[in-house]
Design a protein around this ligand. Structure first.
Ligand SMILES: *Cc1c(COP(=O)(O)O)cnc(C)c1O
Length: 419
């Protein structure tokens, strides 16, 4: 495969295109994705799980651009959505609604209706009131809603507390000990069809053992349900497989697959996976230009033209992203890499060594997941452009926002109302 991002003649390229040329043509800051990297991550999962019946449901929230969704849809991917907005994106991108699972703790009635209308595969139910509501909504539409319960297996995913979701104190899923009762209740509801069971214990998982432990607990439930006459046809193990940002050692996809497949051997259960970060994280970078080098009394700052509004992960989770120079520079200094936003939390990286001058380009690596999708207009900054590189070609997946777009939905108070 074409390496997604590599140096050629001292210049960083996205596939066959110099990032310098992308900055020149599309401006900065700018997200740049490698098509080859997206395709190869998807194939890595298909290959690893080829020996069992499975469906990859890409977690849209990691990177919801319809161009990205369209690429995965064409490869046969399903989708994991958490809102009506994400459902609309999937449909616009040509995704197959019968391969969509709907997650999230706060599904509204109108979202349930739209999802039923679209004919999605399954609602991942996260509470008893949600089950009651879905049953009512489906009944009123004269439909049957397929469901799984998202069960909280109470395992420690050993990841950042903000992205750990499988502990008893988290808001996600139904308590493990309520599962039997709720399945039995669901079985008695005319407008509900039980399809499977679901769990997602967290994100950026770098250890296999919590996933395996969760699966073991889920399988105990599957067996108990079977004894009570409730036969499930699918098991959804969520997403969460980590990627490498710096020196983490996330499990190899093949290894992850092997441990799940071994536990599932001999069971007629279709496996659903909901990977987000794994599919897109290392397929994207954020390209930015140095505005100023500021030599302070204690620290040096490289003030760049992207900020926490473009890439929130450092500010939100103290997340680490490798930051590299697009072209070789001279001299060396240690810098805080910061944006122009008026917050001390507005940093992209701490203590990074650069040999750079004003106007040089930097690439913030591993920014394909939860980058653009968590961006905002904070400080009235138009959102960055998104470019997909396919070998020597560039495709605009999203235009840079304009100044006009910033106030598009705002209105002045009419004169008459100001007395
Ligand atoms: C966020 C999320 C995912 C995707 O997580 P990744 O860590 O990006 O793979 C999958 N399923 C659910 C329910 C989620 O909330």
């Amino acid at each position: 495969m074409t390496p997604p991002f590599s140096y050629r003649g001292g210049a960083l390229h996205a596939e066959d295109v110099p990032l310098e040329a992308i900055a020149k043509e599309f401006g900065t800051p700018c997200y740049v994705y490698s098509k080859a990297a997206l395709v190869s991550a998807y194939r890595e999962i298909s290959d690893a799980f080829s020996s069992i019946g499975h469906l990859t449901c890409y977690a849209v929230k990691a990177n919801p651009n319809i161009g990205v969704l369209n690429l995965f849809a064409k490869m046969g991917s399903g989708f994991d959505i958490v809102s009506l907005g994400e459902l609309q994106r999937v449909l616009l991108a040509g995704g197959d609604p019968s391969k969509v699972v709907f997650s999230g703790v706060g599904k509204r009635e109108d979202e349930m209706r739209a999802a039923l209308d679209a004919g999605i595969f399954c609602f991942n139910i996260e509470s008893e009131p949600e089950l009651d509501r879905l049953a009512r909504v489906a009944q009123a539409m004269n439909r049957k809603a397929r469901i799984s319960f998202r069960v909280n297996p109470n395992v420690d995913a050993k990841t950042h507390p903000y992205i750990s979701t499988g502990l008893r104190q988290n808001k996600f899923g139904i308590p493990y000990d309520d599962a039997l009762r709720l399945y039995e209740k669901a079985e008695g509801l005319e407008s509900i069809e039980i399809s499977g069971i679901d769990c997602h214990i967290g994100s950026q998982l770098t250890e296999l053992s919590p996933i395996v432990e969760a699966l073991e607990k889920i399988l105990i439930l599957v067996d108990t349900l079977e004894e009570r006459g409730i036969t499930l046809s699918h098991i959804d193990m969520g997403g969460g497989v980590g990627i490498r940002y710096s020196d983490e050692q996330p499990p190899e996809m093949a290894e992850y697959a092997k441990s799940l497949i071994t536990k599932l051997a001999g069971r007629p259960l279709k496996l659903i996976l909901e990977p987000g970060r794994f599919l897109v994280g290392n397929a994207g970078i954020l390209l930015t230009r140095i505005e100023y080098l500021k030599h302070g009394e204690e620290k040096n700052f490289a003030v760049v033209d992207c900020a926490m509004n473009d890439l929130m992960r450092p500010a939100l989770y103290d997340a680490y992203h490798e930051i590299v120079q697009v072209n070789a520079g001279q001299g060396k200094d240690v810098y805080e890499i910061v944006g122009p936003v008026c917050e001390t939390g507005d940093f992209l990286g701490h203590g990074r060594t650069l040999g750079a001058k004003e106007g040089d380009l930097l690439a913030i690596l591993s920014a394909g997941a939860y980058g653009m999708s968590m961006s905002s207009n904070y400080n009235s900054r138009p959102r960055a452009a998104e470019i997909l590189v396919d070998k020597g070609d560039c495709h605009v997946l999203r235009e840079r926002e304009t100044l006009a777009s910033l106030t598009e939905f705002e209105r002045l108070i009419p004169d008459a109302a100001q007395s």
